[in-house]
Structures are given as structure tokens and as C-alpha cells.
Design a protein around this ligand. Structure first.
Ligand SMILES: Cc1cc2nc3c(=O)[nH]c(=O)nc-3n(C[C@H](O)[C@H](O)[C@H](O)COP(=O)(O)OP(=O)(O)OC[C@H]3O[C@@H](n4cnc5c(N)ncnc54)[C@H](O)[C@@H]3O)c2cc1C
Ligand code: FES
Length: 331
């Protein structure tokens, strides 16, 4: 595909233009131009990155219409974090260039301790870091395994404050990070780590908690469960875990440990195909019937975009409001 000129304009009148191949993420173009655009969720869920497309076209990947209504989209507004170039374009931000030029917290190195398959399509990656890594349980970091590789986001599955970080990665055929992990990653290799990031974290409140996980979307919940201290002031926790088949389920040991630490924790597993005596058939959203959702609960949903959408609709049908829901799409 041919290269395009992408221009970023700021409220103080300064601009920066960078050449980019069609199809590249705007965030990656901006990074090459030395810009750190304001961003939070990086997944089209929060609206922090909204900008005005002055000219040209971009393609927006999956995002929440509540964050960017179609009427705003028609008016030329875009979510930078989910935008890919389609040719030359000019994007205008409502903040000054200085706000996009601040030095980011430096990325830091992690050394690969282990990288191996743990279930069908799921690999684990364990990284050793120099100092205990603090974050809010549920948050993610960006990982860059090689200097010229793109950054990719992955949620920690370990508890905060540890020097060993654990990730669970669903292998996407042809994906940049997936290919590195399955074909080139070796113990001892260095991975750049950037973060922590994100607003999908465990709230400290006395409400019941309903966790809905699809595929590798279980990862942030493992961190949340490990971070929950016995006797902490929260209501009972229910975890609905979905996987394509029994062979796709992972982290059984972690879930057993979490249940041993919290006898009130209820774990229900759902598989789309195949028989397993300890699993229910279908999607985890099948567990979100009106009677089954405690109206006092905070609901956390994480996984592939279609599952997150289905879970959100089911929870709203069950009578909870939008503010009772937190979700993260692994897009
Ligand atoms: C906040 C957040 C947290 C996340 N946490 C996790 C997590 O804990 N675990 C997890 O598994 N995932 C997580 N994800 C998803 C993860 O960041 C990646 O999107 C995912 O792992 C795929 O990355 P990849 O580099 O392997 O694939 P990519 O390179 O992004 O490719 C994705 C798809 O595009 C296709 N593709 C790639 N290049 C091209 C091309 N040139 N032309 C056409 N098609 C192409 C690939 O074949 C593939 O189907 C998270 C995402 C977000 C936003
Ligand atoms: S950073 Fe783009 S919508 Fe959240």
C-alpha cells in the first residue's frame, strides 16, 4: 500500500507531519513523530482520545457508540486510539502540543522467564522485572518484544507488587506479538514494558462483584482475585468464565487457590463445544439472567468485543445501569 502524510494539529497552532503506510494505527504514527497523545483505555471505551478529523479518512476499529455517538462521527470526530490511516489525513486535537510532548514514563525491561502454551490457543508469558511492580488489579501494560515491533497491550494476571509478571496471551494467527511469542520468544529475552495503564481495575467498595470473562479476558480477573485479601469488605464474588472448549480453559490452579482463599467465591465455567462435567454449555453471558444478577452488584466484563457487547446488553436487561458496569475489550 502507498505511504500517506498524517498531520497532527494542536490547539496552540503547532503541527507535526509524519509519513505512514495506509492501515497503520494513528497512535503508532504519532509515536514515531515523537508525540504522546492523551489516552487512557486505548480501546475505544473512554473517549479520552477524541479528536477532529479535519480532512482525509480513517478507519475506526471497534469502539463504544456511547463514547462516540454516530452523530459525532458524522461531524468528523474520531477516537484516535482505534483509528487506522487510509491515506493522507489531518487530525486536530483540542489540547496544546506541549501536552502531547511530555516525556512518557520510561519503558522498563522485563526478562522472559517462561513462555509456553497452557491451553488451546493460550500461551503464558512470565517476565522478571528489577523491582516490585505496583498497579491496580485489572490494569494492563504495553509490551514491545523487539525494538522495531509494535506495542501490544496485555493485562497482568499476577497480584500487584510482585517482581514476576504473568500474562496470558490468546494466540492470533499472523498477529505480530502472537508470532513473536510462539516462534521467537526464549527465556532470557528482554521485553520493553510500558505502564501500568487503564481504568478497568477492581473498585474498593462493599458491593457484590460479578466477573464475566471470555477467553484470555480471564487474565485481569486472576489479578483481582489474587489482590483480594481475606476479610476484605466486599460482597460475595461470582466469576463466569467462558471458553471455546474445555481444552481452552486455563489457570485452573489459580482458580482453585482463589476458591480456597475465599469460600464465598462462586466460579461457573461455560464452554461453547464439547462435554465437560464441570462446565455448563454456551457462553458465560448465559449466566446473566435477570434472577441471577444481584441488583447491588458491580459487574466487570472482559474479553473479545462480541462477548463484551452481549454481556453488557444482558446486564442492562437484568436491570443494572451503565454505571454499574466496567468492561474492557481485548480488541
Ligand atoms: C487494554 C487491553 C488489554 C489486553 N489484554 C490482553 C490479554 O491480557 N491477553 C490477550 O490475549 N490479549 C489482550 N489484549 C489484546 C492484545 O493487545 C492484542 O490485540 C492481541 O494479542 C493481538 O496482538 P497480535 O500482535 O498478536 O496481533 P496483531 O498484529 O494486532 O494482529 C491482529 C489481527 O490482525 C491481523 N493482521 C495483522 N497484520 C495484518 C496485516 N498487515 N494485514 C491484514 N491483517 C493483519 C492478524 O492476522 C490478526 O488476525 C488486550 C487488548 C487491550 C486493548
Ligand atoms: S483512549 Fe481512546 S477511547 Fe479511551
Amino acid at each position: 500500500m502507498s505511504a500517506a502524510q498524517v498531520t497532527f494539529l494542536f490547539a496552540d497552532g503547532l503541527g507535526r507531519t509524519e509519513t505512514a503506510p495506509a492501515g497503520e494505527r494513528l497512535t503508532e504514527v504519532a509515536e514515531r513523530a515523537g508525540l504522546l497523545l492523551l489516552m487512557d483505555c486505548s480501546a475505544g471505551q473512554c473517549g479520552t482520545c477524541v479528536a477532529h478529523l479535519v480532512s482525509g479518512t480513517v478507519v475506526l476499529e471497534d469502539y463504544d457508540r456511547a463514547v462516540l455517538p454516530d452523530s459525532d462521527r458524522l461531524d468528523g470526530m474520531i477516537l484516535t486510539c482505534v483509528a487506522r490511516t487510509q491515506g493522507s489525513c489531518v487530525v486536530e486535537f483540542s489540547y496544546d502540543s506541549v501536552d502531547a510532548s511530555a516525556d512518557p514514563a520510561p519503558a522498563f525491561p522485563g526478562r522472559v522467564i517462561a513462555c509456553e502454551p497452557v491451553a488451546d490457543e493460550i500461551w503464558t508469558l512470565r517476565l522478571q522485572v528489577d523491582a516490585p511492580f505496583e498497579f491496580l488489579p485489572g490494569q494492563y501494560v504495553r509490551l514491545r518484544p523487539e525494538i522495531d515491533a509494535p506495542w501490544r497491550s496485555y493485562s497482568m494476571a499476577n497480584a500487584p507488587g510482585e517482581s514476576e509478571l504473568t500474562f496470558y496471551v490468546r494466540i492470533v494467527p499472523g498477529g505480530a506479538f502472537s508470532t513473536w511469542l510462539t516462534e521467537r520468544a526464549r527465556p532470557g529475552a528482554i521485553v520493553d514494558i510500558d505502564g501500568p495503564r487503564g481504568v478497568f481495575f477492581l473498585r474498593d467498595e462493599p458491593r457484590p462483584r460479578l466477573f464475566v470473562a471470555g477467553g484470555s479476558g480471564l487474565a485481569p480477573f486472576l489479578s483481582m482475585l489474587k489482590a483480594s485479601r481475606p476479610g476484605a469488605k466486599h460482597g460475595p464474588t461470582t466469576l463466569l468464565v467462558g471458553a471455546r472448549s474445555g481444552a481452552h480453559l486455563f489457570a485452573a490452579e489459580d482458580l482453585r487457590a482463589a476458591q480456597a482463599a475465599d469460600p464465598d467465591l462462586v466460579v461457573r465455567r461455560f464452554v461453547e463445544r464439547g462435554d465437560r462435567s464441570d462446565c455448563e454449555a454456551g457462553f458465560p453471558t448465559a449466566g446473566l439472567t435477570a434472577g441471577a444478577v444481584d441488583p447491588a452488584a458491580r459487574v466487570y466484563v472482559c474479553g473479545p468485543p462480541p462477548m463484551v457487547d452481549a454481556a453488557r446488553e444482558a446486564v442492562e436487561r437484568a436491570g443494572l445501569s451503565r454505571s454499574d458496569l466496567l468492561f474492557e475489550r481485548f480488541s
